[in-house]
Design a protein around this ligand. Structure first.
Ligand SMILES: Nc1ncnc2c1ncn2[C@@H]1O[C@H](COP(=O)(O)OP(=O)(O)OP(=O)(O)O)[C@@H](O)[C@H]1O
Ligand SMILES: [Mg+2]
Length: 237
């Protein structure tokens, strides 16, 4: 579904990604692991078509993304590492994306309510989103993305800085949507989370893709020494 070939991304002197090639199949839950600064967010921004200034090739369902960015952008939604809430109700935060797409208020209401049920925020729908806890805000951000029903969902550290209860809740939501066949690409610092949720794992180090494989391969029999060390926690942070 997603095919990246030789992606290189520079920020001035910094090479955030170097010659990254990978494939993500429809229905995959694809986890990108790697230390801070490895290039995970940069890679997710490129996949989400928010970053367009890079070299290499990117195909979505065999269509050249670089030539069809405007048409393809609506097919992928990204949830950011630090979501920003609009200063309005939870309901309006989630409805926003549907309203700008011109859906009828009846359809907006039914889709928003069902997503709010899914993320456990229906009871809080009238509350100002800025007044919610971190975990609740993370779920609003997830709901905002889910309500758009795009083919690919990109999640950048969906549970960073959350307590165990909220992590569990968010992981349960991700499990539920991936069981429905949505393709998910996610970055995580949390190796256990990658193990619990993903079927495919890619290990990035200093902008380079060290190894990519099934969860079983990466965690049980990695080919590269570097992956082995990362998995064992030696180069963790
Ligand atoms: N807008 C930017 N301008 C300049 N340098 C940037 C920019 N964004 C990222 N970088 C640099 O690119 C590299 C990769 O950053 P990136 O945010 O992709 O890492 P990451 O793996 O997501 O890290 P973290 O785990 O801390 O979120 C880093 O060296 C970072 O400093
Ligand atoms: Mg990041």
């Amino acid at each position: 579904m997603i095919r990246l070939v030789g992606i290189t991304k520079r920020y001035g002197e910094t090479e955030a990604l170097r010659d990254v090639s990978l494939e993500i199949k429809k229905g995959d839950v694809f986890a990108i692991i790697g230390s801070s600064g490895a290039g995970k967010t940069t890679l997710l921004r490129i996949i989400s078509m928010l970053e367009t200034d890079y070299s290499g090739e990117y195909y979505l369902n065999d269509i050249d993304v670089r030539k069809n960015q405007e048409d393809l952008r609506k097919r992928i939604t990204m949830v950011f590492q630090k979501p920003v809430m609009f200063n309005t109700s939870v309901f309006d935060n989630v409805a926003y994306g549907l309203r700008i797409r011109g859906l009828s208020s009846r359809e907006v209401e039914s889709r928003v309510n069902s997503v709010l049920e899914l993320v456990g925020l229906y009871e809080l729908r009238k509350k100002n989103a800025k007044k919610l806890s971190g975990g609740e805000q993370q779920r609003v951000a997830l709901a905002r993305a889910l309500v758009l029903e795009t083919e690919v969902l990109v999640l950048d550290e969906p549970t960073a800085n959350l307590d165990a209860g909220n992590v569990q809740m968010i992981e349960a939501i991700i499990k539920e949507i991936t069981d429905d066949g949505v393709t998910v690409v996610m970055a995580t610092h949390n190796l256990f989370q990658a193990k619990r949720l993903a079927n495919m794992v890619a290990y990035l180090n200093s902008g380079e893709l060290v190894e990519v494989g099934s969860v079983k391969q990466i965690f049980e029999s990695p080919e590269k020494e570097m992956t082995k060390r990362f998995i064992m926690g030696e180069t963790y942070f």
